[in-house]
Ligand binder design. Sequence first.
Ligand code: DC
Length: 228
Amino acid sequence: MKKIVVAIDGFSSCGKSTIAKQLAKEFGYIYVDTGAMYRAVSLFCIQKGWLTDNGTVNEEALKQNIQTIHISFKTNNGRQETYLNNQNVEREIRTLNVANGASIVSTLGFVRRELVRQQQLMGKEKGIVMDGRDIGTVVFPDAELKIFVTAKPEIRAERRYKELQDKGIQETMSAVLANVKERDDRDQHRKESPLKKANDALLLDNSDLDKNQQMDIVRQWFLERTKE
Ligand code: DC
């Protein structure tokens, strides 16, 4: 079986990470959640007071300190968790506030260049499943398998709402839906690497699919692309 790079892109809360994690687990691939990396940069800025509630970033301070931000992943009890400068921040980066900040810092070219550089290093040996917004278009334009995932905004908001509730994070359904729509808009219309489907990406609309049905489709695609 050929070792390949799998690039999974798509809108927020469309289940990219569920697919990516499951595929990596089944085939012994490394899984990288690039959204967690932008979230970690957002958290770093919030902690330093460089990102205000009205969405203004202290770009100069962030640019000066971008090299001091070290993001890594460790598996704890079978779950991959995100570390920012050796501190486990997995829980903190999942709040709506940090997500909003991530969609703001991810519009900055110098932030993207640094994170893309780190992501390309992680995928040098292949055998990797990476999910994000620009993986098939910018990070790995030559990936052997590219998947673009989408689902209706209302369905994505419902899934994210349940996820937050399970984690004990309290938000209203309307706040979650507004956040999903706001991030869709920002992700698609930013100047730097906007979210778009690569020409050679396979489209997966999972609005009406359950987890098993979508995995059957993705597994089939993976097996076709890894044939010797
Ligand atoms: O997938 P997520 O919700 O964890 O992503 C958080 C934010 O980071 C999202 O608003 C878009 C941004 N992002 C990006 O610009 N490029 C990526 N490769 C991954 C995420």
